[in-house]
Design a protein around this ligand. Structure first.
Ligand SMILES: [Zn+2]
Length: 113
């Protein structure tokens, strides 16, 4: 497992947490947990490396949903109920992007919200 990929995954998810003022201690701690779980996972399955960044983002999203609610929220659609963005591809990679769950529009690559 190339640890550079893990650091990159961590940096990209942290950037998107910060972009939405969501980098709270709880969120950062969820991020650290996700990175260490996925490190273990990728050690068992080295070909899975390309999925790690998107999977870490999904793990953090799930952890936040249980505590503080949706992250990241879609800011692109107009007059519709609050809804979230999702990572595509669902598998987490390669090249994970945030996609609006309502419109299906691609919003930004992971790390560039
Ligand atoms: Zn939307």
């Amino acid at each position: 497992m190339d640890t550079a990929r893990l650091y990159e995954a961590r940096a990209r998810v942290l950037a998107d947490l910060q972009a939405r003022q969501h980098a709270t201690p709880a969120a950062v701690s969820a991020l650290e947990d996700a990175v260490s779980d996925r490190k273990w996972w990728a050690e068992q399955w080295p070909e899975g490396e390309v999925y790690v960044a998107g999977l870490v983002a999904q793990d953090v999203q799930d952890a936040l949903f249980e505590t503080v609610g949706r992250w990241p929220v879609c800011l692109t659609c107009g007059d519709v109920p609050v809804h979230a963005l999702h990572i595509q591809p669902d598998l987490g990679g390669p090249d994970p992007v945030w996609v609006c769950e309502e419109s299906g529009r691609e919003i930004a690559p992971l790390g560039l919200l």
